[in-house]
Design a protein around this ligand. Structure first.
Ligand SMILES: C[S@@+](CC[C@H](N)C(=O)[O-])C[C@H]1O[C@@H](n2cnc3c(N)ncnc32)[C@H](O)[C@@H]1O
Length: 225
């Protein structure tokens, strides 16, 4: 994607800095729903999963919703330092340092939207895990809702940051980059269906959040023009 590298340059360093305010801002931005939506996503996991990859684990906010042996993956050392997992690894979704089928399931809490290369991330996720479950920031299919969400991310989120994390307003502006680069939810769903048999795909918050769960396809579907 032309220019993505330049725009994304502001995204990754932002994660290093926001650890201390992360969950407070999350709760504010989602009107208190961030953790409820994590729980809803985690509840979609197959009941027999034991080995779980928490991909983009950040400070470990998914942990309380998961049962099993969890390994955390994150590219940000600052996030990993704040994370209580015993097993945690620094790495990126797009090139994971794990063998094939190392996990029963991969879970992503508000992290898949930050994949710089979504296709590569999905290929890796289904390589290392049979099941993939995620809750993340989406882009509404409805154009009015999309415009509202863009306004919210561009103007209201920085205002919230000014109140709750005044030193980190610039960092929270990175969410606008993520939003602008995101696929619309119906396009995302089509992409996911190439890699996964979806058990569930749903949206929350006017389409600004998506939740999905799926089992990897034996053979990924080809891209259609
Ligand atoms: C918003 S935090 C999510 C933390 C936690 N999972 C939760 O439920 O709130 C997103 C995390 O994903 C990590 N991340 C973003 N893109 C990544 C990538 N391509 N590879 C690995 N980690 C990534 C960031 O460093 C950050 O810690």
């Amino acid at each position: 994607m032309a220019g993505l590298g330049d725009r994304w340059r502001g995204v990754y360093p932002a994660y290093h800095k926001i650890v201390g305010v992360y969950e407070r801002m999350n709760a504010a931005m989602t009107f208190g729903n961030a953790d409820r939506w994590r729980r809803q996503a985690a509840s979609l996991l197959d009941s027999n999963v034991e080995k779980i990859l928490d991909a983009g684990c950040g400070p470990g906010n998914m942990e309380r919703h998961l049962r099993g042996h969890i390994v955390g993956l994150d590219y940000s050392l600052e996030m990993l330092r704040a994370n209580p997992y015993e097993d945690k690894v620094q790495g990126v979704f797009e090139l994971m340092p794990f063998r094939d089928d190392a996990f029963d399931a991969a879970v992503l809490g508000y992290s898949l939207h930050a994949a710089r290369d979504l296709e590569a991330a999905l290929a890796e996720l289904v390589r290392v895990a049979r099941e993939v479950v995620a809750v993340s920031m989406g882009k509404p299919d409805n154009r009015a809702a999309e415009a509202l969400a863009r306004f919210y991310v561009a103007y209201i989120v920085p205002l919230m940051a000014r109140l709750l994390a005044p030193a980190l307003v610039q960092e929270y502006k990175a969410l606008k980059t993520i939003f602008d680069s995101a696929l619309r939810n119906n396009e995302l769903r089509k992409l996911l269906e190439r890699w996964l048999e979806l058990k569930y795909f749903g949206t929350r918050g006017l389409g600004t959040i998506y939740i999905f769960a799926g089992i990897r396809r034996a053979t990924p579907r080809r891209r259609t023009a």
